[in-house]
Design a protein around this ligand. Structure first.
Ligand SMILES: C[S@@+](CC[C@H](N)C(=O)[O-])C[C@H]1O[C@@H](n2cnc3c(N)ncnc32)[C@H](O)[C@@H]1O
Length: 507
């Protein structure tokens, strides 16, 4: 034991020396923040306690640094046999001194990128990792795409482009674990609440048996900045049993948390924000009506390039383009003086500026032979548009999504500097104009449609009720960006309380 403690003292002094040779910026790039010794020991002994007694340990740390967890393993293992121990470290700055330090200890240390490595045939039954917290915008586009593919292949986890490197580390590690193996991950707790974490949470609830999540109290000063908003996530690689419950603990230490509570898996599946546990109760079943009870909500059309695909009536005439390939579209909210859009006898919006969306499903050869002016126009933008992600991903690069006009539309983003100022506007659209993705479209569901048919008075009252929704109600479901800017995704608008609309429609 003395020998081992000595190793930890040596490791710490090596770690501190190596950290000091790098700037904070350099360490940030590769997410290089070592786990404090005390926490590493607590985590290791907890991991060992989850394993069947006497089982030989096959240990893996996919982002080992100088080996704080490996060092703790050696201290906490007691008489349990270690069959294998492996670590990956991409940065030789840490990897080489660590390899020297542990050279005679039996640690198999790979100085390479874990995300590129091939999983072995016999997996590891104790995986402990504090993975690099590299945010998605520090990952190159190609690297991100590669990681998305391998995460999907490894664990069926479809991570969004906003997921940080640590999410990919978790998904990729799936294949490295043996059946019933234990994993403990020290990761940012952000995944518990944000959209990009949803797929990770699905994985934790459906593919493995989630056992515990401990979250540190952000006001606690026991750790430095990198750790304050972290959580330790524990699971076993086996499908969860029916009626499974997960321990959520918070504050205090990992070994002696301030609060702890069991939450049923099914409640977790229904809850978007896991950080409410264990301090808050499970949300009361939502019996208040919400907007999605009445409307299907969709984001407006993502054209790929509004400048190219949206043209004024004058421009269409000037280029002699065939009107049959254009449909009316509303201008961006800042150009709309009124929130009620009237229509002329052709259903076009009556506005100072008439805009139209180009949408054609004919093949290029047919356009070339039958509609020369349109063909010339498409040719003029083909090179630039062809390189854009959205246009490239469409079967016909100039064919837009099929969307019906919606009678109600809501602005997708807006500003508010106080709780009573509403950042979002609902428009009543009498025209056949569609909208671009600066708006959300609210399509009445069939039972609502039936009540609106031939009843312009009810239509107008519903619109008024939409605009009467309390700003706090909208803002709490939406998301805030810097400078009082709010944005609202369709799923967030769907959850907004619709008590008044419900009362109105029950006539
Ligand atoms: C948060 S630190 C944790 C280090 C150590 N396990 C600990 O807990 O003290 C993450 C480590 O992962 C390494 N790393 C970053 N990207 C990696 C990759 N693709 N493959 C392997 N290691 C990587 C970093 O260099 C860093 O040493």
């Amino acid at each position: 034991m003395e020998q081992r403690v000595h190793h930890e003292t040596l490791r710490l002094s090596i770690q501190n020396g190596l950290d000091a040779q790098k700037t904070a910026l350099e360490r940030n790039k590769l997410g290089q923040f070592a786990t404090p010794t005390v926490l590493a020991r607590e985590v290791l002994s907890y991991g060992l306690s989850l394993m069947p007694k006497g089982e030989r340990v096959r240990f893996l740390d996919p982002a080992i640094g100088t080996g704080s967890f490996y060092s703790a393993l050696r201290e906490m293992i007691g008489r349990r046999p270690v069959e294998a121990a492996k670590g990956y470290e991409v940065d030789p700055h840490y990897g080489e001194p660590a390899r020297d330090l542990w050279a005679s200890s039996g640690l198999d240390m790979e100085l390479s990128d874990f995300t590129q490595a091939q999983p072995p045939c016999d997996g590891f039954n104790l995986l402990i990792c504090n993975p690099p917290y590299v945010r998605h915008h520090h990952l190159g586009a190609d690297e991100k795409r590669r990681l998305q593919i391998v995460s999907k292949e490894s664990a069926g986890v479809k991570l969004s482009g906003l997921a940080g490197l640590y999410c990919h580390f978790m998904a990729l590690s799936h294949r490295w674990m043996s059946d019933d193996g234990v994993a403990g991950w020290l990761i940012p707790s952000e995944f518990m609440d944000v959209n990009y974490g949803r797929e990770l949470k699905r994985y934790l609830l459906e593919e493995v048996t989630l056992q515990r999540i401990h979250r540190f109290d952000p006001n606690d000063v026991q750790f430095d900045d990198a750790l304050v908003s972290s959580a330790v996530v524990w699971f076993k690689k086996s499908k969860p049993p029916a009626g499974h419950a997960v321990e959520f603990s918070y504050g205090g230490t990992h070994t002696a948390p301030a609060i702890s509570r069991q939450i049923a898996s099914i409640e977790l599946a229904n809850e978007a924000k896991w950080t409410r546990f264990p301090r808050q109760e499970i949300r009361a079943a939502i019996d208040t009506p919400i907007l999605s009870d009445f409307f299907s909500i969709k984001r407006g059309i993502a054209t790929g390039s509004n400048d190219f695909f949206i043209l004024s009536r004058e421009k269409i005439a000037e280029l002699d383009l065939p009107m049959e390939f254009f449909r009316p579209i509303l201008p961006s909210p800042r150009y709309l003086k009124s929130d009620e859009i009237q229509a002329d006898d052709q259903g076009n919006p009556v506005l100072a500026q008439s805009l139209f969306l180009l949408n054609c499903s004919l093949p290029e050869s047919e356009i070339k032979s039958k509609h020369r002016s349109l063909w010339r126009y498409l040719e003029s933008g083909k090179e630039e548009m062809g390189s854009r992600y959205l246009c490239k991903s469409r079967p016909i690069w100039y064919k837009q999504e099929d969307r019906r006009p919606a009678p109600f539309v809501c602005t997708y983003m807006g500003r508010s500097d106080c709780a009573t100022e509403n950042p979002f506007r609902f428009l009543l659209n009498h025209s056949r104009a569609v909208v671009a993705n600066a708006y959300l479209m609210l399509y009445p569901k069939p039972h609502v449609e039936a009540k609106l048919n031939g009843r312009p008075d009810v239509l107008r009252s519903v619109w008024k009720k939409l605009n009467n929704i309390r700003p706090e109600s909208l803002m709490s479901e939406g998301r805030i960006y810097g400078g009082g800017l709010y944005k609202m995704e369709p799923k967030e608008l769907a959850r907004v309380c619709a008590q008044e609309i419900s009362a109105l429609l029950e006539f």
